[in-house]
Design a protein around this ligand. Structure first.
Ligand SMILES: Nc1nc2c(ncn2[C@@H]2O[C@H](COP(=O)(O)OP(=O)(O)OP(=O)(O)O)[C@@H](O)[C@H]2O)c(=O)[nH]1
Ligand SMILES: [Mg+2]
Length: 469
């Protein structure tokens, strides 16, 4: 494992529009770096005193923003902060302009003219991380918070940003460093030996660390549901109204609907939020035996979606009796998954055998994708199925749910390395033979919190951020 402990870091001055692209009441431009205050001073003239630096750091000052040739661009407010008391840990400034994209672009150009350069994606938060203002878990929480689609995601990310997950992982990391220092003592002073190590309770400490990591890591099942939503596949034979149901639940014409059986060929995904819970719906091709080459691939994809889903929405046409194709589908439904039978087309006279359906499904909803009748009951059923899945994944305090694959991988590796070390100690293996495993465990946790990460990892993480954050 090669780690770069010293990250590449320059504090040249960066600037970006931090607010969304589009017309709004207020738009914010952010500046950070060695020359941030000088840049602001050049382009911003307060209405009161001569220069922004005649005011205190942190004080919001009313004035005007000027272009390179001195033309007034906006009547706005500005504030500056001095290192290390800022988000990035560098000298920083913020200009609150009127939210015209044209005005903002002009003020940004003036920042460039005064010595700043365009900030890259996530560069402000990257600098905050490199300056020790945030650890890597907290930095990733910033991106999660910005991308949050549900309030539950917001709460978890906000608490992570405040350090909830970092504290637990850092706690384990610190305890491993303690144990490691004892290991070095054992190696350096031959009169101490590995039995001393076990006797001094370090073994118990390693066990406690492993249990703690297991507990933190186990939150990832819940985290995946929280972040990506519950995967729910809409399946059924052709023409029963699967795509119409997706559209009705999504609230817009996401998938093509026609009266021709076999309309949907590829899977179509759409996220919906049901009472605050995120669901990832997949509309699929009608499940049937077919000789059509394209439809065959579609049916195969439908089967894959069925396998990958946690909730299966099995659609039937209520205006027709059940037939062999419907009954074929009964057999394809996995017994260990939550299946909801949706009897569609309730606006038409009903011919379907409800008694037979009841023998196959615990949950049945009658709906009309065409009129919207019954959709509230269906969404309530979906919400309860999603909640059950979340409960089964375990209950965790907000902020302690790991949602990042990267963090989960690092925690799992650390746990495995510790298990290996514990087995070696129990077998009485020499201290130096255990050292590598213990160092690896600490390094993996260091990777999770960002104590020792490669430049590449840092680049990958921050390239997913938006510009201006
Ligand atoms: N009366 C009535 N017609 C519906 C309803 N839902 C869908 N339909 C009609 O049923 C036909 C098939 O609808 P789709 O949504 O394309 O059905 P599908 O299951 O996606 O079909 P494939 O993609 O071919 O498997 C269309 O003509 C729809 O207008 C409904 O609730 N009531
Ligand atoms: Mg369809």
């Amino acid at each position: 494992m090669a780690y770069n402990k010293i990250m590449t870091y320059t504090n040249d001055t960066i600037a970006a529009i931090s607010t969304a692209n589009g017309v709004s009441a207020i738009g914010v431009i952010r500046i950070s770096g060695a020359e941030a205050v000088a840049v602001l001073r050049k382009l911003f003239t307060p209405f009161g005193k001569a220069a922004i630096t005649d005011y205190r750091p942190g004080q919001l000052v009313h004035g005007r923003a000027l272009s390179a040739d001195g033309a007034v661009l906006d009547d706005c407010c500005a504030v500056y902060s001095l290192a290390p008391n800022s988000y990035t840990g560098e000298d920083s400034a913020e200009i609150q302009c009127h939210g015209s994209p044209v005005a903002l672009a002009a003020v940004l150009r003036s920042c460039f003219h005064s010595g700043a350069r365009q900030a890259e994606r996530g560069e402000f938060t990257k600098r905050a991380f490199l300056n020790g203002k945030l650890d890597l878990i907290e930095a990733e929480a910033v991106a999660e918070l910005i991308d949050a689609e549900t309030e539950e995601q917001v709460t978890n990310a906000a608490r992570q940003l405040l350090g909830a997950a970092s504290r637990r992982i850092t706690g384990v990391y610190d305890s491993l460093l303690d144990v490691l220092s004892h290991f070095f003592a054992v190696i350096d002073y031959p009169d101490e030996d590995i039995e001393d190590f076990a006797a001094k309770g370090y073994l118990a400490l390693l066990e406690a660390a492993r249990t703690e990591l297991q507990e933190i890591g186990s939150s990832f099942t819940r985290g995946k549901i929280l972040k990506n939503g519950v995967p729910a596949a809409i399946v059924g034979k052709p023409n029963v109204g699967k795509s119409s149901l997706l559209n009705a639940l999504a609230g817009f014409e996401r998938a093509i609907v026609t009266d021709i059986p076999g309309t949907t060929r590829d899977t179509v995904e759409e996220k919906i939020i049901v009472s605050g819970t995120l669901l990832r719906l997949t509309d699929t091709a009608g499940l049937r035996e077919t000789n059509d080459a394209i439809e065959k691939i579609g049916v195969e994809r439908a089967r894959l979606a069925l396998e990958g889903a946690d909730v299966i929405i099995c659609v039937f046409d209520g205006s027709r009796p059940l037939d062999a194709e419907d009954r074929d589908i009964f057999a394809q439904l996995p017994a260990d998954k939550t299946c909801i039978a949706v009897v569609n087309k309730s606006d038409l006279p009903q011919e379907i055998e409800f008694t037979e359906l009841k023998s196959q499904f615990l949950r049945i909803c009658s709906v009309s994708a065409a009129t919207g009748a019954g959709l509230d009951a269906l969404t309530a059923e979906l919400k309860s199925a999603a909640d059950e899945l979340a409960d089964r994944a375990g209950s965790f305090a907000a902020g302690e749910i790991i949602t990042s694959e990267r963090q989960h991988e690092a925690i799992s590796r650390a746990g495995r390395a510790l298990a290996d070390v514990a087995a070696k100690i129990a077998a009485g293996v020499s201290a130096d033979a255990c050292l590598f495993g213990l160092e690896s465990a600490a390094a993996y946790l260091g990777e999770a919190i960002g104590k020792n990460v490669t430049d590449d990892t840092v680049e990958t993480i921050f390239s997913r951020f938006c510009v201006g954050k």
